[in-house]
Ligand binder design. Structure first.
Ligand SMILES: [Zn+2]
Length: 172
């Protein structure tokens, strides 16, 4: 075993993908993860997915990064989103639930400016969960390693697909 944080993020995310498939929340041919699936995934681990509801005009003017995760109890959290974010950024917040929640205080939100939290690992977590190794390798071959076609399969941007190929040493 290694304590390399990157290894940890990948390890947890690939384990979770299998767990979600065993629980029939995802299947091994799930590519695009819709909101209904995201809700089930988050609920399964004690979280809630909520659409941001401004309480007043004043609150609405406060600058906030969306989506964010808020620790709501010892083992509970809410992922709050606005304006239909892509599913990868929701999975990124779920990554924070697994990587950082134990070090957060109740009421704390991520992302927030000036935190010690490593976002890079949360993105690696999100890519690993959304594009598991074996599935991604098959899709890459099927699409002749065309990044745009792979991105279309996952209904995701080309940038995370490019990074995923690098994670897996499929391309440089
Ligand atoms: Zn983050």
């Amino acid at each position: 075993m290694t304590s390399n944080p990157k290894y940890r993020a990948e390890h947890i995310a690939s384990h979770l993908r299998k767990e979600f498939e065993e629980q029939k929340i995802l299947s091994n041919d799930t590519y695009y993860i819709d909101k209904n699936k995201l809700e089930k995934m988050i609920l399964y681990y004690g979280g809630k997915l909520e659409l941001y509801q401004p309480i007043s005009e004043q609150v609405n003017t406060i600058e906030n990064d969306f989506p964010y995760i808020e620790k709501t109890g010892n083992d509970t959290f809410t992922i709050c989103y606005k304006d239909e974010p892509d599913y990868l950024s929701i999975l990124h917040e779920l990554g924070h639930a697994f990587l950082d929640l134990e070090n957060m205080f109740i009421g704390q939100r991520l992302p927030s400016k000036g935190t010690q939290i490593n976002d890079v690992d949360a993105w690696l977590f999100a890519r690993t969960l959304a594009m598991p190794r074996e599935q991604f390798e098959k899709i890459a071959i099927k699409n002749d390693y065309n990044i745009q076609s792979i991105a279309d399969t996952y209904k995701i941007g080309v940038y995370p697909v490019m990074l995923r190929g690098k994670d897996l040493h499929i391309w440089e």
